[in-house]
Design a protein around this ligand. Structure first.
Ligand code: 0L1
Ligand code: MG
Length: 171
């Protein structure tokens, strides 16, 4: 699948960038239900609460009438673990795209039919801290991230196929 990065104003400001980026997800990055992530394989990981979409149709980037929302059949809460080969996540936009947008691992919760996921409260708890957010932080609404993804896929010739997942960005 694919993931979007820098979808929130807070994240853009934190990282000093101003554009949305796309990275690749592979099945080897997936953390299965109940599985544990071995942190010794990672450098300085961070975790992000996200919204995942599941593609049910091929997305044709060459068709100007493509409706990406109708290519999605399910939505789920997700966690993305990011990690960077750049010390302390200090990089340029070019660096981070070359580093596959810091994508390291992800876990997806239970899929449910696509419904309204705009402005949903999100709470992320780790042993160290607890933080709250909103799905509105994802470009105003997670569905907006799908439209941003289509625009980037058109420009960068990135294929999207049924069965792939899309991590829409951090809440
Ligand atoms: O998923 C993300 O928002 C991360 C994008 C890459 C930038 C970073 O490492 O924070
Ligand atoms: Mg992310």
């Amino acid at each position: 699948g694919v993931k979007l990065g820098f979808t929130s104003k807070a994240k853009m400001a934190q990282m000093g960038v101003s554009e949305v980026i796309v990275g690749r997800l592979t099945d080897a990055m997936r953390i299965g239900d109940g599985a544990e992530l071995d942190l010794s394989d990672l450098i300085h990981p961070r975790v992000e609460p996200e919204v995942a979409f599941r593609l049910s149709e091929h997305v044709d980037p060459d068709d100007p009438t493509t409706d990406i929302e109708s290519c999605v059949d399910a939505v789920a809460p997700a966690l993305e673990v990011i990690d960077s080969r750049y010390q302390d996540f200090r990089f340029t936009v070019t660096d981070v795209v070359a580093d596959n947008t810091s994508a390291a691992a992800y876990a997806v919760g239970a899929w449910r039919p696509l419904g309204d996921v705009a402005n949903k409260a999100v709470r992320l708890r780790t042993p160290q801290r607890e933080a709250v957010g909103s799905t509105a932080a994802i470009l105003g609404a997670p569905l907006a991230a799908l439209h941003a993804l289509l625009a980037i896929c058109r420009k960068r010739r990135i294929p999207l196929a049924p069965g792939q997942i899309v991590l829409a960005g951090a809440a």
